[in-house]
Design a protein around this ligand. Structure first.
Ligand code: GTR
Length: 325
C-alpha cells in the first residue's frame, strides 16, 4: 500500500513537471478551409515544424483544417481580432479591406502560374504582404492557388458566349462579381462551404475554382462540366494576427518569417502533384473538360479593370506585374 502511494506521488510529481514544461510552450492555432492533406494545410504544418525546431519547442502550431474554425470571411475577422493566431486563406476575401490585394485578384493579370509565383515571391509580393500590417495582420507568405476556371452542372462550355445567363458562385469580392457580369453571366458571392449544396439544389448552376478545390470539396460530383478558361490565378496568403505577432521577440519574428518563406517551396511541390492528381481523379469520376478559346474571355475584362484599377498606385502595380518576365 505504502509502495503504491509512493508510486502515485512520483507519478503526480512527474505530471506536475510535465505541465510546467508544457506551459513553457505557446500553442498557436491556424485555420484553413481545406481538408487535412491539402497542399496549403501541409505547408502550414511544415511551417509549424520549422518554427518548433528553430525555437527549441517554445512554439507549436496546430492546424485546424476543414473550416473547423469557420468560413474564410469569418476567420479573417477572427485573426484580425487575435482570436486565431494564424490563417491561410485566398487573397480574394481581403479585397474589400486591403486595396493592394485586388491587383493579384484581377482576371488574367498573370500570364501563367509561373508568372504568378515569380511576382508573388519577389519585390511586388513583399510590397503586398507589407500592406496587411495596417489592417491588423502580418503577411507571412504567399502560396500558389493555381488557375481557376468555371464549372457547372448544366452544359459543356465551348466558348465564352456559352456562359450567357448562367449563375455562378464566386468568392466574396466585388471584382469577381463584376468579372462574371462582364462575361454575360450572374454571380452570387457565398462561402465555400455552401457551394456543394447550392449546386446540388440548383440555387446556382456552378462555380469556379482550381482542380484541387473542385475535387476535394466534391464539387465535381455535382458539376461535371469544367471549362479550362483559367480566368483567375489568385494567390493564397498565410498571415499571422498582429496581436500574436507583437508578443514575439525580434529574434522569433525573424524565425517565423523565415519559416514561412521556407514553407513556400514545399507548398509548390505539393501543389503541382495535387493539381495533376485531382485532374486525373475528376476525369475518372466522369467530369468532362473543355478548352474554350481564351482571348474572348481576356477581351471581355476591360470593364473590370476600368472600375477596379482607378488608383494610380494600383495601376502602377498592374503595369509592374505585367513587366515581370
Ligand atoms: C480555394 C482557396 C480557398 C477558398 C476557395 C473558395 O481555391 O484555396 O482558400 O478561397 O478557393 O473558392 O472560397
Amino acid at each position: 500500500m505504502l509502495h503504491f502511494t509512493k508510486i502515485a506521488t512520483v507519478a503526480a510529481l512527474a505530471g506536475a513537471v510535465m505541465v510546467g514544461a508544457a506551459s513553457a510552450q505557446t500553442v498557436l492555432r491556424s485555420s484553413d478551409t481545406h481538408p487535412d492533406g491539402y497542399p496549403t494545410v501541409e505547408a502550414v504544418k511544415h511551417f509549424g515544424k520549422l518554427v518548433e525546431e528553430r525555437t527549441e519547442g517554445r512554439y507549436k502550431v496546430e492546424v485546424y483544417h476543414s473550416a473547423q474554425l469557420g468560413q474564410e470571411a469569418d476567420t479573417i475577422e477572427q485573426v484580425r481580432a487575435g482570436v486565431i493566431d494564424l490563417n491561410r486563406v485566398s487573397l480574394g476575401p481581403w479585397n474589400g479591406l486591403i486595396p493592394e490585394t485586388t491587383v493579384p485578384s484581377l482576371p488574367y493579370v498573370f500570364r501563367s502560374v509561373d508568372h504568378a509565383r515569380k511576382v508573388m515571391t519577389g519585390e511586388i509580393g513583399e510590397e503586398i504582404l507589407a500592406a496587411f500590417e495596417a489592417h491588423g495582420v502580418i503577411g507571412l507568405a504567399f502560396y500558389d492557388g493555381g488557375a481557376r476556371s468555371f464549372y457547372n452542372s448544366k452544359k459543356p462550355i465551348m466558348s465564352k458566349d456559352d456562359l450567357a445567363g448562367m449563375k455562378f458562385r464566386v468568392m466574396q469580392s466585388d471584382i469577381f462579381v463584376d468579372m462574371v457580369a462582364a462575361l454575360g453571366a450572374t454571380a452570387t458571392p457565398m462561402p465555400y462551404g455552401e457551394v456543394y449544396s447550392s449546386i446540388e439544389t440548383g440555387v446556382i448552376d456552378g462555380a469556379e475554382n482550381n482542380f484541387p478545390s473542385y475535387d476535394t470539396a466534391k464539387h465535381a460530383e455535382v458539376a461535371k462540366h469544367y471549362a479550362l478558361d483559367e480566368h483567375l490565378i489568385v494567390p493564397e496568403v498565410f498571415v499571422m494576427s498582429k496581436v500574436s505577432w507583437d508578443k514575439l521577440s525580434d529574434e522569433d519574428k525573424a524565425i517565423f518569417k523565415q519559416a514561412a518563406r521556407d514553407s513556400v517551396e514545399k507548398q509548390w511541390e505539393l501543389w503541382d502533384a495535387q493539381v495533376a492528381a485531382s485532374r486525373a481523379k475528376v476525369e475518372e469520376g466522369g467530369s468532362k473538360i473543355t478548352t474554350p478559346e481564351k482571348q474572348p474571355f481576356i477581351d471581355a475584362m476591360g470593364p473590370v479593370y476600368e472600375k477596379h484599377v482607378t488608383d494610380p498606385k494600383l495601376q502602377d502595380l498592374v503595369a509592374r506585374i505585367k513587366a515581370v518576365e
